[in-house]
Design a protein around this ligand. Structure first.
Ligand code: FE
Length: 341
């Protein structure tokens, strides 16, 4: 149980947070014909789509951006008084947490069922994936031949000793990767894979971008990273000496995660909220949504951006992404056990 003092501090902290909150509490945000979004996706990425939605439907979108944990804290503290109708966040692990904390209500939509494949949606219809974020192997084009690469598991081969750099186990991306491995391979086999990586004197970094720059600088040769980080670096420098290897193509496929959305439990504009999410899943909006961050559309009818399409198509792991949430705790424990910091 939280003590009342910590609750007061939380409420005070929320009250003092200056960003955009005021526009959310304006009376028109509660009027019909408008919708309020709490989003962990940054303004630059989502604003063009909200504008397109408003142009199409006349429904006004008000939004508040923050990292997922802060949005969750807000939803918890505000309870039934929350102004939020829609929650948008990255990573199925986060969406699963939001669902299990009771921040979302399910909704049925034939449009979404048609637009988004089932494995990218919650079984209880609490949330739906809106973009796919692939997390393949990436390697130095200067020091690694792609023929040396095959699977995530094979990064435990001794040839990668002292050459493997990965993101910290504290990041939800790493936790989701390991959680979905546990789902498919089982805990024992996943542990063996992680021990293989550790044996290679795995070096840990705090961001994908840092690792990619370390590869370019010759400090590491291979990693696992989200493709949009590489796309950003390549957009600035087409000669950036790192590229993508699609692993596990003869097996389970490339690890993918999602960004996605759900209707909040206490949404006052439920119909508009559903309408917004349906719009975001549509083919036209999918390009705006995915391309803004060089992600892959979740709607298979939409084409990926040219820069990332150049890496070729890939077979994605079709494991239910909800496993990322359900097995997150097991993944954290497992990484702790093998010493993966
Ligand atoms: Fe990211």
């Amino acid at each position: 149980m939280r003590r009342p003092t910590s609750r007061i501090i939380t409420v005070l902290a929320l009250a003092l947070t200056p960003i955009l909150v005021q526009s959310i509490y304006t009376p028109e945000a509660r009027e019909p014909g408008s919708v309020v979004v709490y989003t962990a996706r940054i303004e630059k990425l989502i604003k063009p789509m909200f504008n397109a939605f408003t142009t199409k439907t006349g429904i006004k979108v008000t939004y508040f951006t923050a990292k997922a944990p802060e949005l969750f804290e807000r939803l918890r503290a505000e309870g039934p008084h929350t102004p939020a109708d829609v929650l948008i966040t990255v990573d199925a692990g986060n969406l699963w947490i939001a669902d299990h904390a009771g921040y979302l209500q399910g909704f049925e939509s034939p449009i979404i069922e048609k637009n988004i494949p089932a494995h990218l949606r919650a079984k209880d219809n609490a949330w739906v994936g809106l973009s796919v974020r692939a997390r393949p192997i990436m390697y130095s084009t200067e020091r690694v031949k792609p023929s040396a690469l095959s699977t995530y598991e094979a990064l435990g081969d001794s040839r990668w000793r002292g050459r493997l750099c990965l993101r910290t186990s504290r990041k939800v991306y790493t936790q989701s990767l390991v959680a979905t491995m546990i789902k498919t391979l089982g805990e024992q086999q996943t542990e063996a894979v992680l021990r293989g990586w550790m044996k290679n004197q795995l070096r840990i970094f705090n961001s994908d971008t840092q690792i990619l720059k370390a590869i370019a600088a010759g400090q590491c040769d291979v990693t696992i990273a989200n493709t949009y980080y590489l796309a950003r670096l390549q957009a600035k420098d087409p000669g950036f000496p790192v590229t993508v290897f699609w692993p596990n193509q003869n097996g389970r496929g490339v690890h993918v995660n999602i960004s996605g959305a759900g209707v909040t439990k206490y949404a006052t504009h439920r119909a508009e909220a559903i309408q917004l999410i349906e719009f975001l899943s549509s083919r036209a909006a999918q390009n705006l949504y995915a391309d803004a961050n060089y992600e892959y559309p979740a709607n298979p009818a939409a084409e990926p951006d040219g820069l990332i399409a150049a890496w070729g198509s890939y077979k994605a792991d079709s494991v239910d992404v909800a496993a990322a949430g359900a097995l997150q705790a097991a993944a954290v424990k497992l990484m702790d056990r093998v010493g993966y910091k």
